[in-house]
Design a protein around this ligand. Structure first.
Ligand code: ATP
Ligand code: MG
Length: 508
């Protein structure tokens, strides 16, 4: 039951109105309690000073007019009955407890001395006071005080001139005021809480209206309307950031979506051509019975298309795996020259057939995945051989690259600083400058008008770029039309790589 409650997501409106109500209850309670306390203190003070007054008057009468019995009776017996405000009752006793006189009705309203507060000394202004309830609706505040009078002739039979005066002030009206005040405060508290909860709900609903609007705007955006943006509306400042972030996300999604659509279209296009070729050849071959040489020619030509298709699928699979983080890099230190010898010997035959000189200079320790290193380098060398005429040269140089902060705009990797640089230079036809920025794109080919056998799939350099990104390295190209092309691949040093949070990839 409890975890269920904890997991429950309360609405913002409810939270805000509940918070409003709680704050109002707290504020009203605190301020109400303070006001109540202040009122009570001042009423108490008032009552105490009235009691002190009464005691002081009687002390004065006893001290200054000890034989003026009339004044004494006037004060103790009659004044109380004459009053409407600050009604009080008095009882004058001798020190031994003998009753001297008391106000009419005092016998019921003033308890016996054991229940009264201890009498204040003669020099004390007012002693302890005590509340006494003679009935359910009556409250009296009691005070007692000792007092003395000088001796007089034949006054009272008892020669003791020391008295105890107990005075009881009727505080029922004050108690009623306090009670009414308490009830009013409670009403204000309840009313205020309800009002603030209602106001809070209203304010919260108005406050979150833009959230509903933003969600409605987001709802309108579909895969077909990715160009729409929510940031066009003037949102409140708190939501403007969210709208901007949302638009940023849409922008990225739109770009990815476009790239993906373009990529799918390109794949369909690339697949359609070889498959059409295969179908066409097969249909022509099947039209009539042919000699075995003719069939062999058709099969050989089909095989060429199958190879092309297989290479295309292989490249697409590699790119898809790299994109889905399905690859785990097996990085290790190796000598660049050792791998280069293998790669160059693989391309040597083609180079010598084309009459191209294949050279390599320099060496360095490289920290990379050897298989991917071979694949990247092979792709670049194959391009160089493909675009260099007979008599030309393809040179691979290996050199240490010092750490620099400068990076060329054509660099594709996240870093170009520190590492080992491989420069693959050819003396071939070169690449027109307007194509340079795009040749690392998927399916991008500079010259598609050439013979089909020489035109590649257009994924070679895209794979090189992906491999370099996996290594947190960079790939760059410089070219001069008619003079040649130079591709630079930088494999960063491990410490440089570690600074960059790169994914770990596994070759499936
Ligand atoms: P693939 O390598 O997938 O078989 P491809 O070689 O056409 O096909 P990329 O390797 O990606 O594709 O190269 C893209 C384009 O860049 C090429 O079509 C080519 O026009 C141009 N290019 C690449 N390297 C060179 C080079 N060394 N000299 C001249 N042009 C080049
Ligand atoms: Mg290529």
């Amino acid at each position: 039951m409890l975890p269920k409650l904890r997991n429950r997501s309360w609405s913002i409106v409810f939270r805000i109105s509940a918070a409003y109500a709680a704050i109002t209850i707290a504020l009203l309670s605190i301020s109400g309690a303070c006001l109540y306390w202040c009122l009570k203190v001042s009423l108490d003070e008032n009552a105490r000073s009235t009691l002190a007054d009464k005691i002081s008057v009687l002390r004065q009468i006893l001290r200054e007019r000890p034989d003026d019995e009339e004044a004494l009776e006037e004060e103790v017996k009659w004044e109380s009955t004459a009053r409407h405000q600050s009604v009080f009752y008095g009882r004058l006793q001798q020190n031994d407890g003998t009753l001297v006189m008391q106000s009419p009705g005092a016998e019921n309203l003033i308890p016996d001395s054991s229940k009264c507060p201890p009498a204040a000394n003669e020099n004390q202004w007012l002693g302890e006071t005590r509340e006494y309830r003679p009935g359910p609706d009556k409250t009296m505040l009691l005070a007692s005080a000792k007092m003395a009078s000088p001796p007089v002739e034949k006054r009272y039979s008892n020669p003791d001139r020391h008295f105890v005066y107990t005075v009881a002030l009727d505080t029922t009206p004050e108690q009623r005021i306090l009670g009414d005040y308490r009830n009013n405060l409670l009403l204000v508290l309840i009313g205020g809480s309800i009002a603030s909860a209602v106001a809070g709900t209203h304010v919260a609903k108005r406050g979150i209206r833009p959230i509903h609007q933003i969600s409605a705007a987001a709802h309108r955006i579909t895969a077909n309307a990715l160009a729409d943006r929510v940031g066009a509306t003037a949102w409140p400042r708190e939501l403007a950031g969210l709208a901007a972030e949302f638009d940023g996300m849409l922008q990225r999604l739109e770009e990815s979506f476009k790239r993906l659509s373009q990529f799918s279209a390109d794949i369909a296009h690339e697949l359609r051509t070889p498959i059409n070729n295969l179908m066409g050849e097969a249909e022509v071959a099947l039209r009539r019975v042919r000699s075995s040489e003719e069939y062999a020619r058709v099969i050989a030509s089909s095989l060429e298309e199958y190879h092309r298709l297989s290479a295309l699928i292989d490249s697409l699979l590699f790119l898809a795996r790299a994109e889905n983080a399905d690859l785990l890099l097996h990085r290790k230190w190796f000598q660049a020259s050792e791998e280069l010898t293998q790669i160059l010997s693989y391309h040597e035959l083609q180079a010598s057939e084309q009459g191209i000189t294949l050279l390599s200079f320099g060496d360095a320790q490289i920290y990379a995945d050897a298989t991917l290193f071979r694949r990247a380098l092979s792709n670049v060398i194959a391009n160089a051989l493909k675009h260099t005429a007979s008599g030309g040269t393809v040179t691979v140089r290996v050199r240490e690259k010092p750490i620099t902060n400068a990076s060329s705009p054509a660099e594709t990797g996240p870093t170009a600083s520190g590492g080992v640089e491989l420069l693959i230079e050819d003396t071939g036809e070169g690449i027109p400058p307007e194509h340079l920025s795009r040749i690392f794109d998927r399916f991008y080919r500079v010259d598609t008008s050439r013979a089909r056998s020489t035109v590649g799939i257009g994924l070679g350099l895209a794979i090189v770029k992906t491999i370099m990104e996996l290594h947190a390295g960079s790939a760059d190209v410089k070219s001069e039309l008619g003079k040649g092309t130079c591709v630079s691949l930088v494999f960063p040093r491990p410490n440089v790589t570690q600074q960059i949070p790169s994914r770990d990839f596994q070759i499936a």
